[in-house]
Design a protein around this ligand. Sequence first.
Ligand code: PA5
Length: 364
Amino acid sequence: MTVPKPLDQPDALALDSIGLVADMANSVAAFDAARAGAEAVEIPWKPEAIRNVAICGMGGSAIAADLVAGAFRERLRVPVGVVRDYYLPGWISDDTLVIVSSYSGETEETLTACMQALERGSPSIGITSGGKLAGRYADEGIPIVPLPPGLQPRAAILRLLVPLVVMLDRMGVIASAGADLDESRDMVSESVATLGPDVPSEDNGAKTLAHSLLNTVPIIWGAEATSPVAQRWKCQINENAKAPAYWASLPELDHNEICGFEGMGEFGPMARLVMLRDPRHHRQVGRRFELTREIVEPAVGGVLEITADGNSPLARVVDLIMLGDYMSLYLGLLRGVDPGPVEAIGRLKSGLSATSNGQALGPA
Ligand code: PA5
């Protein structure tokens, strides 16, 4: 008789106190609501007045911007920069579209950057569930894509990502993203059907991957459109599985990180290299993955290669996001931790707000 694997047991999700795994089943509905919500927002700004775009955010609210900029990198008509800082760079001015993305609307770096954008007269759009950001933008008459409250920011990834695509399309920054969104929606639907908790481990790529990464330190590598996906996987392992993980990007890592594997020593057997590959990588990037693997493989406990599926880059990014999200949640459950709460982030934020005396919305 075969013994069911832990993730296939009836009580497998018992530790998941806020139902993050169960909520993944609502991903298609979340995708549709996000698209409709962003399409319904009235934008007073004229596309021809925009010379570049800055997307301000932190953590789960910022990675959506990197993912979109990565997926559409070859189709961006104007520069798009992601700002994860208090201060805005000097190039942001009154012809920069500033999209402020903060799930809670309370993140101090994002709020400070948003205040500077207002001072510079930048046309802005907010993506938020509320907080000070929603209040301030409502006062100023600035459009807001409203998000439903009560979610973990990282679990709202589709609700944050889809509006960015819609807004960049509507503002003429990327042309005709409709087909990309349609295919991505199908990808979400397929992922829910094939990776959800009811699909047994032997047929479930996310559960299999979680088992392979249990008791290891994952090092996630991506390139081009999969670079921000590598970062997302690392952050999801950190937050959902409460475990260390690291990420890097090719070709850059071939110019530095590759040397560090010589000194792996006792850490080597614990390290698992995960390569997130895209069938449309530049030919030389494909060669680099292979050659770099040959060089570093002896120094680590194992190497896993995962290739994104899908026609459009956005669909391939979404394919990997869904796999990484499920995998990290399952990894948390296998580790015996509750994937939901992120106590360390909460402690840090309360410590900061106690000392900032509510001044985070203003300049330094
Ligand atoms: O995953 C998280 O909870 C964090 O990374 C948050 O996204 C980050 O702290 C920023 O908060 P918010 O997304 O509410 O702006």
